[in-house]
Write a protein that binds this ligand. Sequence first.
Ligand SMILES: C[S@@+](CC[C@H](N)C(=O)[O-])C[C@H]1O[C@@H](n2cnc3c(N)ncnc32)[C@H](O)[C@@H]1O
Length: 293
Amino acid sequence: MNQHQEKQWTILEILQWTTTYFQEKGVQSPRLTAELLLAHTLQQERMYLYVHYDQPLEPEERKQFKTLILRRIQGTPTQYLTGVQEFWSLAFRVTPAVLIPRPETEHLVELAVELGRSFSQPAILDLGTGSGAIAISLKHELPHANIYASDVSEAALTIARENAQSLLPAGRQMTFFQGDLFAPFPEMTFDLIVSNPPYISELEYAALTCEVRDHEPKLALYAGKDGLDVYRRLIAGAAAHLNPHGVVLVEIGCGQQDAVVQLFEQQHFSIERIVKDYAGIARVIAARKSSSK
Ligand SMILES: C[S@@+](CC[C@H](N)C(=O)[O-])C[C@H]1O[C@@H](n2cnc3c(N)ncnc32)[C@H](O)[C@@H]1O
């Protein structure tokens, strides 16, 4: 080989090299990350890599992959590099305009599906829809539901609309609204109001990893000094937008259970269910509008 000729890297070799490099740089799940980024570069599924270990990379592929490796070690989340996050077994497109959907939020979807099934054609509002993860998953499980999804961020809604278009079967639709909490719905009422609102306090925000703080939208995370600003307004406004026996389901952050239960009780809601995640942390609160209201 000519000494100036660059080394030919096979898929297996470059995966091994990148895994070690990510390990040294403290990147989480180094092998998986290397595979996701390489599959993205080659515009293939991850499975493709396993059956083409001996395939050499083209110079242009190597260049593109190197750029992704550098951005990853500088802190850009893998999902913003590949543009995809799986949620509820659906491949959601994500950009820095939206929060990367988290697995904990599937607990909220699970409970919303269960409660939604007790209505024949529930009207469901997803407040702060972001990528549309909750609303689109619900429309998959409850095809007869009328789903409304809103966000204050127009940029997020653009992604949510794209996801609805690509992930929902033809003919299955939902409606999107832009605006602050209930502002787009002055007259409307719902059977379920679901939300994974921003809930990070000032102190927690300062302590977030750079990966989250410098890349995910602050609007999706930060909720005032004690992290409860959005819950306060959402819970205060919810009763006026619920049908009789309607339910509000919110995701909560670690340690917020007591404060959020109190906010619901102050507004005369009764707590219907509290769901813990796999780590035993209370993650979802469902509260029903008291029938006397
Ligand atoms: C934690 S993210 C949740 C995104 C998505 N539902 C999920 O679970 O992946 C919160 C979302 O609420 C939106 N948001 C923040 N404040 C809002 C407000 N006052 N009114 C409506 N949406 C708001 C943000 O833009 C963001 O998309």
